[in-house]
Design a protein. Structure first.
Length: 450
């Protein structure tokens, strides 16, 4: 009898151990699913009455900096409609990189760069070398890079370490464990909250002297310069740049970067505030989806023209809104890659080709390059930035864009982007073989994970 009891005791403990391990594993899975794959949305657009204006951008940044324990997702500022003096879209790296470099070269006080992908290729090293020279001239240089997109702990470590040693203040968004806050590489500390894990910072933003902002889809990488990826960066001046500065500095602080007590040099009054209505909108993980909701409103408001160029168009809600625009008589053109760098996302979109084409949409596939620009034109309203039309960008990543009411910019985008690209594109064709149809149907069912 006692022998049976002694045998059962270890077995009971073993079962309890397995049960505890199983519960812990389940809890970890649920936590990771909620943080990485879960989708939450708050009402984030249009901007509320107390949204941060250009005039209040410095005060909002100072208030954020004074708070203790801020995290990256706390930098979810509502930005009010503002004004731009100039909006200059430039297509292809051969056109925008020389102008970005020229603005950095001309900088007199500060260069701030927020970049998903900044790699140690020719363009990336040129930018790092230029910033080292500007640092030697006494300028402030602050950088936010994504740990996955820029590889600062792996292949690009030498480049970023040298830049930090020259005086640049660099923080890293750590998509993969361990999440570390503070200045790269020597002043980082492990953040026990691990709140960056699974959340990519896909934004691309330059703010130079607080006077000039650039945003768009391109990283500081060679495939954007040599035409391998087809993208657009847009140069903006005017009052809205002060809000872009606030977006950068609050994010920098959220990652543990230090800010000076006196912020006035980073928020100069613009010589020309401009008169073109424009708003800065972001997606910040945790449910702040101002950019996503602004794009929905833009598509829903189209009456005559809707042009969409994007790397990945898979979100069912966005596609249904595009279809609704087509059905109410809006001339709709969609430009994507003939051969994408994400075959699964491309297959999922092809499943929707019959419905789009039958409704009257024009679907164009651009050959010879990977379409990577993120542009929507709805009549005279234009949006541009980093937001792909997939679940990751619309709901999970950190993203940034600007949306403007500007007939002039809409005309420029037709002249520089849509007209020449469509002229060399091929009409999109729905899947024909049984295998292609099945593959596209299958991937369409997994669009939340693509």
């Amino acid at each position: 009898m006692s022998g049976d009891t002694n045998t059962e005791a270890p077995q009971g403990r073993g079962r309890r151990t397995i049960a505890v391990v199983g519960l812990v594993a389940a809890a970890v899975f649920v936590a990771l699913y909620r943080q990485v794959l879960g989708i939450t949305q708050q009402r984030s657009w249009p901007p509320p009455s107390d949204a941060v204006t250009a005039a209040s951008a410095k005060a909002a940044t100072a208030a954020f900096a004074s708070r203790r324990g801020t995290r990256p997702h706390d930098a979810s500022l509502d930005f009010a409609w503002s004004t731009a003096a100039t909006i200059e879209p430039w297509v292809e790296g051969k056109n925008f990189f020389p102008r970005i470099f020229a603005d950095v070269e001309a900088a007199k006080s500060s260069v701030h760069i927020l970049m998903f992908g900044w790699r140690e290729g020719e363009v990336g090293m040129q930018m790092a070398s230029l910033l080292e020279r500007k640092l030697s001239d006494g300028l402030d240089v602050r950088v936010i890079v994504d740990g996955f997109g820029s590889k600062p702990y792996q292949d690009a470590r030498e480049m970023f370490t040298r830049l930090a040693d020259a005086g640049a203040q660099i923080v890293v968004n750590d998509v993969f464990p361990l999440d570390r806050d503070g200045l790269f590489p020597h002043e980082q500390q492990v953040d026990w909250r691990q709140d960056e894990v699974g959340r990519a910072d896909h934004r691309k933003l330059y703010v130079i002297d607080g006077d000039v902002a650039w945003t768009g889809g391109a990283g500081i990488e060679d495939h954007f310069e040599n035409g391998g990826f087809h993208d657009m960066m847009t140069r903006v001046t005017g009052d809205v740049v002060r809000q872009a500065q606030a977006a950068f500095l609050t994010s920098f602080r959220g990652h543990g970067g230090p800010l000076p007590s006196e912020l006035s040099p980073y928020f100069p009054e613009p010589a020309e505030p401009g008169s073109t209505p424009i708003a800065l909108a972001q997606v910040i993980p945790g449910g702040f989806v101002a950019a996503s909701q602004a794009i929905r409103e833009q598509i829903d408001g189209a009456r005559e023209r809707l042009d969409v160029m994007n790397a990945y168009i898979t979100d069912h809600d966005i596609i249904e809104r595009i279809l609704a625009a087509v059905r109410r008589g809006v001339k709709t053109r969609i430009v994507i890659s003939e051969t994408s760098n994400n075959a699964q996302a491309s297959a999922a979109l092809k499943h929707r080709y019959p419905g789009l084409i039958d409704a009257g949409a024009q679907v164009w596939e651009l050959p010879g390059t990977v379409v990577h620009a993120k542009v929507v034109v709805a009549d005279d309203i234009v949006s541009f930035g980093t937001v792909n039309l997939d679940a990751w960008a619309l709901y999970r990543n950190s993203e940034i864009m600007m949306i403007a009411r500007s007939p002039e910019t809409a005309a420029l985008l037709e002249e520089r982007l849509f007209e020449p690209d469509i002229a060399r594109s091929k009409p999109g064709r729905p899947p024909e073989s049984a295998g292609e149809k099945f593959q596209s149907w299958l991937w369409d069912k997994f669009v939340s994970f693509l």
